[in-house]
Design a protein around this ligand. Structure first.
Ligand code: G6Q
Length: 544
């Protein structure tokens, strides 16, 4: 029999519930009018990131109650446990040590009694040496030509991070190299990514923690065929393929020289891995020094998270504010809206980080939760979103808390573009918070029948993250900020943020059906009637 968790019965949760009932109707307009110090009080700053969380439906009391909830959940002990390499990923019996990936040389972090930092830096050094050879043109392909194209083959955690970060840091990248990312098993992805590329000038990086993932191995085999169709010599694989994996045996079986394999460890979760060797394509793009700066940014946020008191701790604040909307206001979704074109893939990246980590329905003890866990995260860069879905955020029936991320300095200072971009950035959070009342609309001379349509209720909550400049270090800080935000929420909900059984299920299910689709003889199908029918129909139509 499944038991129910006890979180909702705790005095801290119940105090928050009572407080919610008392302030649920409170308007942001009121809160700002009655408290001149609000904006200054409800903000925090660290590492070049200014967080204004005053445009949220909360008061000082809310914050105190949320901090009490975090304390009762044992947050500080759990933070220590993660950093200390305890096996907090209990369902897989693993430590969770992505923080070790950015620890400085000389630090000591133990996993199973062994200091992992020297290994981390040995891999980083090997990556740096390799990247230097490729970037400088010293690494030659099979026909003696330098590499001009890099194709990363991976999926999920082995794709989203390097892809997002290579886009995010494109300003700093080597422009003589072309970067493409192939993830989908749909051949269209491979065909389009390699369209127009000369195989003899192309390097494939096969990224797979397990090196057994169907999509990635399928794409890697297709890449090998693509190469050999032109070069006709299996030896060419050595010069055009490298691997990033924890599984040397499978890498060797594939035919990749394990001397050209970059390792990482089972204590790095896929969605927490792009600052490991999984970021090889990123290092090729921006170089080892900039990659190192990014790691320093990650580390600075780790230290901030580990040592700053909760009330000024950026990941803790973001995590608790998220819990407030998710569990008390019943907000189903959460939007992250970066006002920077380089962060075009940031929300897609965070979507996996957040939803795969906290999309869980049982507690660490296996009890069913009777409260909401991970939100649905989505978003697009501003201002594009404003011309699309912001309508619903302003005037729809759903409550969608948003994080607005913007930069004081642009990397491309052209005319007045940046001021215009930021004018939109500030205007949106202002309008969302304060809206426009019927009286204000009527005063503008709007026809009475149009007044309800042009009225904006406001009271729509946002966080504003105003950052200095999008540098490699800043990207590291922002990613670590969200990694730790997700952690904080997982601790409050008492779930395992580090396993992904839903993803594993997909991997197994697809393998079974793949053999049924591929078999030449009519397979005996034992699925449900709907699935059997669909498979038969597909087999028939495909033949036709
Ligand atoms: C991430 C997930 C998942 C994983 C992919 C690829 O946390 O576990 O997205 O990264 O399924 O797995 P491989 O790297 O093993 O190919």
């Amino acid at each position: 029999m499944t038991r129910t968790s006890k979180l909702r019965q705790t005095p801290q949760w119940q105090a928050l519930q009572a407080h919610y009932e008392a302030i649920e109707e409170t308007q942001l307009r009121e809160l700002f009018v009655t408290d001149a110090t609000r904006a200054a009080r409800l903000s925090a700053e660290a590492l070049g990131i200014f967080l204004d969380y005053s445009k949220n439906r909360l008061t000082g009391e809310t914050l105190e109650l949320l901090l009490a909830l975090a304390e009762s959940a044992g947050l500080s002990a759990k933070i220590k446990a993660m950093f200390a390499g305890e096996k907090i990923n209990t369902t897989e019996g693993r430590a969770v040590l992505h923080t070790a990936l950015r620890a400085p040389k000389g630090a000591s972090i133990l996993a199973d009694g062994k200091n992992v930092v020297p290994e981390v830096h040995a891999v980083l050094d090997k990556m740096a040496e390799f990247c230097e050879r490729v970037r400088s043109g010293a690494w030659l392909g099979h026909t003696g030509k330098a590499i001009r194209n890099v194709v990363n083959i991976g999926i999920g955690g082995s794709d989203l991070g390097p892809y997002m970060a290579t886009e995010a840091l494109r300003f700093y990248s080597a422009r003589h190299l072309t970067f493409r990312f192939v993830s989908n098993v749909d051949a269209t992805d491979f065909a389009e990514a390699t369209h127009g590329l000369a195989p003899e000038e192309t390097l494939f990086i096969v990224c797979s923690k397990t090196f057994t993932t169907l999509e990635t191995l399928g794409n890697a085999r297709t890449a090998r065929d693509f190469l050999l169709a032109k070069l006709h010599d299996p030896e060419a694989v050595k010069k055009h393929f490298v691997a990033v994996s924890t599984n040397a045996e499978e890498v060797a079986k594939f035919g990749i020289d394990t001397a050209n394999m970059f390792g990482f460890w089972d204590w790095v979760g896929g969605r927490y891995s792009y600052d490991s060797a999984i970021g090889l394509s990123l290092m090729l793009a921006i170089g080892a020094d900039a990659f190192g700066e990014m790691l320093s940014g990650f580390h600075a946020m780790d230290e901030h998270f580990r040592t700053t008191p909760p009330a000024q701790n950026l990941p803790i604040l973001l995590g608790l504010i998220g819990v407030w909307y998710n569990d008390f206001f019943g907000a189903q979704t959460y939007a992250v809206l970066p006002y920077d074109q380089y962060l075009a893939r940031f929300s897609a990246y965070l979507q996996q980080l957040d939803m795969e980590s906290n999309g869980k329905r049982v507690t660490l003890e296996g009890d069913a939760v009777d409260y909401e866990t991970g939100p649905i995260l989505w978003g697009q860069p501003g201002t594009n979103g404003q011309h699309a879905f912001y309508q619903l955020i302003h005037q729809g029936t759903k409550l969608i808390p948003c994080d607005f991320i913007g930069f004081s300095q642009t990397l491309n200072p052209i005319g007045t573009h940046h001021d215009l971009l930021m004018a939109n950035f500030f205007a949106q959070t202002e309008a969302l918070a304060f809206g426009k009342t019927e009286a204000e609309v009527a005063k503008e001379g709007v026809k009475p029948e149009l007044v309800p349509h042009k009225t904006f209720p406001g009271n729509r909550p946002t966080n504003t993250l105003l950052c200095e400049r999008l540098t490699p270090s800043m990207l590291g800080k922002l990613v670590a900020l969200y990694e730790h935000k997700v952690f904080v929420q997982g601790v409050i909900w008492n779930i395992n943020s580090f396993d992904q059984w839903g993803v594993e299920l997909g991997k197994v299910l697809a393998k079974r059906i793949a053999s049924e689709l591929e078999s030449s003889a009519e397979p005996e199908l034992t699925h449900d009637a709907s699935t059997n029918n669909l498979i038969r129909r597909y087999r028939g139509a495909r033949k036709g």
